[in-house]
Design a binder for this molecule. Structure first.
Ligand code: NOJ
Length: 564
């Protein structure tokens, strides 16, 4: 890989830090995080060294799905604050050199949005075609699967006009009708409104689902149930719409866009992100997250299968060899805490394994999307009782499983590992009540391990996960090889070790990651033809431990970044 051949971009070189505002910091004691809370923590965010912040939805919403059900796209959710707060937050980020990316949720709105209120009021209302309707006189509509419906049915009958409306998510999240040019124009206008305020980009919620198949045909047998996702992402006009969006909006700004891309795979992602398509910059996929996780998040033996993980990540890297640009992430608000999912959250290994996972994210090719709280090694809360969950997805799946007489014990055990609420527990700031998140009752329980795992105790500890993360951020930012260097996988079949090189011009960096609790000694000269006499360790998560390690002798969950 030659630097001179690379088109450098700020969104390729930046590190994204994701903030789920509801759980970041409460400033007014109502138990819900808010914009003022983020403003109060701006110096902390700056201290991480990250370049871009992605905010989960902060728009007006009745919160059926924590803000992913928007009732007014041009306003701020009352619980989160006001437009003035937002402007202050944006200015505060920009003063610190941090760009702000907003969530764009336009596959669906809230049923409380004015458009939907109008749309459902009569069949000839001017807003009728803003949503997808199926008149009841045509019979029951063809099956569509829903993520959040208690019966997994994506059509909801609405008495008022004797018709069904489509909702891939909850019944309070009706799907918008992109086939209607008026709706598309409204969306582009709204996006321009936010860009004019100065935001730097959008993360686009399930954007691959916006184009529906004409006439809602029955889907083939192999695409029933959860497999429908792949059909949802194959809407015939998806690329036409995204290109149109680019022409109407994105091309006018120096901005970044990233698709949340359910249904994207290595064979179709370039249609979305290759530069010449003029659609989006990046996409994030689910192929690694779904390893070992089946329907309703029931896990199987492959849950931490490293060989499969390496294969998926390496194939995804290869796709962007000549075109497009990738992303890497473990955690976000829809997945468990990375240390529980991919590391080892036992007291013995939690710290090492969480540093190891950060090392991976910040030494791979592709823009890293790093989830708040992972920098201090927050772990899954693992609720014992269904009553503790707030997430409608877990609750609905639990009820469905119960109705079917399914295995609830297995369900609860799997959800301790996979449920979305594990990532949504409040940030653990210090060891005071509620971890310093709120003076009120937190909307979701705080993880009981907060006296031990919190920001405050890690700030001054040179060996903390937090300070290790900061060191990694500095390393990546000062090292174009870690950003743009060619990635080559070594030891593809090793079940414990993830090893690779990153090469840019004559610069070669070797990354060794022991994803296991086994001690492993690697014969480095057999692994790679290089002169190890001049090798220097750039970062090592065991650096401050009792003994200095010999290169390639890896202790449990050890991570080394080595310059050759
Ligand atoms: C993906 C979001 O990340 C998730 O949190 C949400 O529930 C669904 N899309 C529906 O908007």
């Amino acid at each position: 890989m030659k630097l001179k051949n690379i088109k450098r971009e700020w969104w390729k070189e930046g590190i994204v830090y994701q903030i789920y505002p509801r759980s970041f910091q409460d400033s007014n004691g109502d138990g819900v995080g808010d914009l003022r809370g983020i403003i109060n923590r701006l110096d902390y965010i700056e201290s991480l060294g990250v370049d871009i912040v992605w905010l989960n939805p902060i728009y007006s919403s009745p919160n059926d799905d924590n803000g992913y059900d928007i009732s007014d796209y041009r306003n701020i959710m009352a619980e989160f604050g006001t437009m003035q707060d937002f402007e202050e937050l944006l200015a505060g980020m920009h003063q610190r050199g941090i760009k702000v990316v907003m969530d764009l949720v336009v596959n669906h709105s809230s049923d409380e949005h004015e458009w939907f209120q109008q749309s459902r009021s009569s069949r000839d209302n001017p807003y009728r075609e803003y949503y997808h309707w199926w008149p009841a006189e045509k019979g029951t509509p063809p099956r569509r699967w829903s993520y959040f419906d208690p019966e997994a049915n994506a059509w909801k009958y609405d008495e008022q006009t004797d018709a069904y409306y489509l909702h891939y998510f909850s019944a309070k999240q009706p799907d918008l009708n992109w086939e209607n040019p008026k709706l598309r124009a409204e969306i582009y206008d709204m996006m321009n409104f936010w860009f004019m305020k100065g935001i730097d980009g959008f993360r686009m919620d399930v954007i691959t689902f916006i184009s529906k198949h004409d006439g809602y045909p029955e889907f083939p047998e192999e695409y029933q149930g959860q497999a429908m996702i792949d059909m949802y992402a194959k809407g015939p006009r998806l690329h036409e719409y995204l290109h149109e969006m680019h022409e109407n909006v994105m091309q006018h700004y120096d901005c970044m866009t990233v698709a949340e891309g359910p249904g994207t795979h290595i064979d179709n992602v370039l249609e979305l992100v290759a530069e010449d398509r003029k659609e989006l910059n990046m996409n994030y996929h689910f192929d690694h997250q779904s390893i070992g996780v089946g329907d309703r998040f029931i896990i199987n033996d492959d849950f931490q299968n490293l060989v499969k993980f390496k294969k998926v990540m390496s194939e995804w890297d290869a796709v962007f060899e000549d075109k497009g640009w990738g992303t890497v992430y473990f955690g976000n608000h829809d997945f468990p805490r990375m240390v529980t999912r991919w590391g080892n959250d036992s007291p013995q290994y939690r710290r090492f394994s969480s540093k190891l996972l950060s090392t991976y994210l910040l030494s791979m090719r592709g823009t890293p999307y790093y989830y708040m709280g992972d920098e201090i090694g927050m772990s899954n809360i693992k609720f014992d009782k269904i009553e503790d969950y707030q997430d409608l997805m877990t609750i609905n799946w639990y009820n469905l499983t119960k109705q079917e007489g399914g295995d609830l014990e297995e369900f609860m055990a799997s959800h301790k590992l996979c449920a979305r609420d594990n990532a949504r527990t409040p940030i653990q700031w210090d060891d005071t009540a509620n971890a310093g998140f709120t003076s009120g009752k937190p909307w979701l329980k705080v993880n009981g391990n907060y006296p031990e795992i919190n920001v405050d105790s890690q700030q001054s500890d040179p060996d903390s996960e937090l300070n290790y993360f900061r060191a990694l951020v500095r390393l990546r930012k000062n090292n174009l090889t870690l950003i743009y260097g060619q990635y080559s996988l070594l030891l593809a079949d090793d079940p414990d070790i993830y090893a690779y090189t990153r090469t840019l011009d004559d610069d070669v960096i070797l990354v060794l990651l022991n994803f296991s609790s086994n001690e492993r000694t690697l014969a480095l000269p057999e692994l790679i033809d290089a002169n190890f006499n001049n090798a220097s360790v750039l970062l090592d998560n065991y650096a401050n431990s009792e003994q200095t390690q010999q290169l390639g002798a890896l202790r449990p969950y050890q991570a080394q970044i080595i310059k050759l």
